[in-house]
Ligand binder design. Structure first.
Ligand code: DP6
Length: 327
């Protein structure tokens, strides 16, 4: 009997970043991280261990057949699920994202969280959310957090057992305004860039050290419902991560001139009284943390001042969902 399982997961944006693995093969991060899962950013993935095609896994992502590293990562992940389920049969995997690639939110986080849920159900396994989070980690670090909705803490841990994410109670109602200055593909993957930063940047140890304290401050601010305090540490943590990358040898610079325009505009808006703080991932686009009530106005001002960018508003969203299982 072949089981076909479909699951979906939203992407997430780190408020306190994950950048660097203490153990590459198990994907144990150097530091713990905190993120916000964003609504309306689901990737939906269907898996069945049906023999695949031509004796290999058949993988389709957004209607295309990926090659190279993108395919290898999916196959490696399926191998992990197969080894746990005690099976060897190839699978068919079809994945599609509701978010246009140009939204600047294309992320392996939603993809591997959905794949973890769909592949385990298709393999006849029933994992609780913590176990799913630990498994998704092996696909992509940030996927660890996409298992849960809202505000999420990924405990770095020290081994496979202790490195997982969990939801954080939060009375804040934040939103993210996503400012896309370029929808082009990144020149260097996060996996490679974080390894290079760790290996060559004299600033990396300082960032990692500061990040531990940043997380404490961020969690305190969440408990105190203090968005300005949270926002300040969010922006500092991301800029510190980029400073460490820029100090790598040779340097990793994801920013474009427009990235700095947005950063500058966010500062000016803050001086004008808007509750806005910037964060940037492994790319040139800027995500602006603000309140749910202010998000539309913030987006309107950003559209006016950075007309070349594509700006959209995202609110917190839910965790991984098993959509359908048929046998
Ligand atoms: C800058 O999770 O994409 O978005 O674990 O190697 O797959 P791998 O990396 P990935 O890195 C995300 C880096 C980041 C920060 C974050 O999401 O915490």
């Amino acid at each position: 009997m072949t089981i076909t399982a479909t699951a979906s997961a939203n992407t997430n944006i780190a408020l306190i970043k994950y950048w660097g693995k203490a153990d590459e093969s198990l994907a144990i991060p150097v530091t713990s991280s905190l993120s916000l899962t964003l609504g309306g950013t689901r990737t939906t993935t269907t898996v069945s261990f049906d023999g695949g095609a031509g004796g290999e896994d058949a993988v389709t992502i957004n209607g295309a057949t990926p090659g190279g590293t993108a395919r290898e990562r999916v196959v490696r992940f399926l191998d992990l699920v197969r080894s746990r389920a005690g099976m060897t049969i190839p699978a068919s995997v079809t994945s599609s994202s509701t978010v246009p690639l140009a939204a600047g939110l294309a992320s392996s986080a939603a993809g591997f969280a959905a794949l973890a849920a769909a592949a385990t159900r298709a393999a006849g396994m029933r994992l609780d959310e913590r176990a799913l989070s630990r498994l998704a980690r092996r696909g992509s670090g940030s996927a660890t957090r996409s298992i849960f909705g809202g505000l999420v803490l990924w405990n770095a841990g020290v081994d496979d057992e202790t490195s997982y994410a969990e939801p954080v109670d939060c009375d804040l109602t934040p939103a993210m305004v996503v400012v896309v200055v370029s929808a082009g593909r990144k020149t260097i993957s996060s996996t490679q860039a974080m390894r290079h930063t760790m290996n060559t940047s004299p600033l990396y140890p300082a960032w990692a050290e500061a990040s531990r304290e940043d997380l404490r401050v961020a969690l305190d601010a969440v408990r105190a419902r203090d968005l300005p305090r949270l926002g300040e540490v969010v922006e500092s943590n991301a800029l510190g991560m980029h400073a460490a990358m820029i100090a790598s040898r040779p340097s990793v610079v994801y920013w474009l001139p427009e990235t700095l325009d947005v950063l500058h505009t966010v500062r000016v808006m803050r001086d004008e009284g808007f509750p806005v703080w910037a964060t940037i991932d492994a790319g040139p686009n800027v995500k602006v943390l603000t309140t749910g009530e202010d998000a539309d106005q913030v987006a309107a001002v950003l559209r006016d001042r950075i007309p070349c960018a594509t700006t959209s508003v995202r609110y917190p969203g839910g965790g991984v969902r098993v959509e359908e299982v048929t046998a």
